[in-house]
Design a binder for this molecule. Sequence first.
Ligand SMILES: Cc1cc2nc3c(=O)[nH]c(=O)nc-3n(C[C@H](O)[C@H](O)[C@H](O)COP(=O)(O)OP(=O)(O)OC[C@H]3O[C@@H](n4cnc5c(N)ncnc54)[C@H](O)[C@@H]3O)c2cc1C
Length: 451
Amino acid sequence: MKKVIVIGGGFAGLSSAAFLANSGYKVELIEASPKLGGRTYSFKDDETGPVIDNGQHILMGCYKETLRFLTLIGAEKNFHFQERLKVNFLNEKGKLFRLEATQLFYPLNLFFGLLNFEALSFIDRLRLLKFFFKLYFYSDEELKRLTVYQWLLIEGQNEEIRKAFWDFLAIGALNTNTKKASAKVFADILKEIFFKGNEAATIVLPAKGLTESYCNDAQSFIEKKSGTINLSEPVLDFEIEDTKVTKVITSKRAISDFDYVISSVPWFALEKFYKDEDINLNFEHSSILTFHIWLKENTKSHSVPTLSGSGSPLSKKMLKQVQHDKLQEDFYGLISSPIHWIFNHNDHITLVTSDANDLIDKTKEELFEMAAVELKKYAGIEKEEIKSYKVIKEKRATFVPDNKTIDKRPNTKTKIKNLFLAGDWVNTGLPSTIESAVKSGRMAVKEIDIL
Ligand SMILES: Cc1cc2nc3c(=O)[nH]c(=O)nc-3n(C[C@H](O)[C@H](O)[C@H](O)COP(=O)(O)OP(=O)(O)OC[C@H]3O[C@@H](n4cnc5c(N)ncnc54)[C@H](O)[C@@H]3O)c2cc1C
């Protein structure tokens, strides 16, 4: 039985280990930190009490490789799947708009969903649709010369359309300002989301903490298939002879009984144990801020006071209930706010700011003050209604998918014959996402399989 060492226990490492174990390889996964999950995990917060995620993660129906992995390990039950696309938006006056695929068949359901999106004027909705119709008219070479922002301008996407639609999609999916992000990468994901069937455009959310959603099932699956997982054991070095890794040296031992090695560590961690001047590690990173906020009252369980028939002005308490009622949906995009999303888990809400490099150095108190102002504006939630909060800064959340970088992403195969690279940053064509991580894991497994 061939043995594979997998370095790193994020989505890329766990998925490659699971696919390999399922195909009959002996797998040993080695993870530096005391936990699995990499950049996608949850933990019990001693300060505030409950289990929380390091950051809210959104998956999509078009995450085919990820969904295949979750199904393999039996974890798809831990996710909530939309039947059809539905995204709620709030503007700064707290007005709610829905972008929702209709009941018609695909692609008419998406077409009319966009046509009904009232956050935009009717003429802007037509401009938006025109953009989609022209998507396939651009060649890859043309798109590689443009940023997302330049492309949107060429296609007459004015500020209103950018703010209420494109910024969400582009900044959410690429975690990068549209003035930096590559139009090519963006075009590719638009094709995946909107042109691959009804399910591709739907949102998939973890129904539990992230570690419980997939890490535990992945670990059980790998171990049931006779694989082993070793935590708190950073890989420090390789010994290489005749273009083959012969020893993997960790903080605890030197391992030599293996056939192949997959490195699934991020770009900023590889050179600690493997140096290759041909592999570009010069990726700019982009941050994400997550605000966990606990409210004194459970927002989802508020009853909706009816205005009709009462004949009297609403009491202050009832007014508050009307405002809170806005948070009955699972999640909202905030139009023109430094906070991009609110996710609603009853009395616990999570706020997300993507592309947060400009804010990351502010103090947690300053950031909370900013979030509290936005919550009041958009959702009518007063600061006094907040019981506690926690701000999580993920500085190196993703890499920046700009036009300089996309052609310099390394391939899975390296010049070392038994060493393969995985991780969201290798050349998958996708931005820095879970799907890119899992796709890279599958690519590494396929390379080993054909040897
Ligand atoms: C806050 C936040 C929000 C995000 N939101 C989304 C989202 O909504 N949707 C989405 O698709 N993506 C999102 N992402 C991106 C997504 O989390 C990553 O793309 C994905 O998790 C990367 O997985 P990976 O396995 O490639 O790398 P990682 O998750 O970074 O895993 C690499 C692992 O390697 C380990 N390692 C490093 N060095 C060594 C060593 N020397 N020896 C052994 N082990 C080592 C690390 O400890 C780590 O566990 C988000 C990221 C963050 C941080």
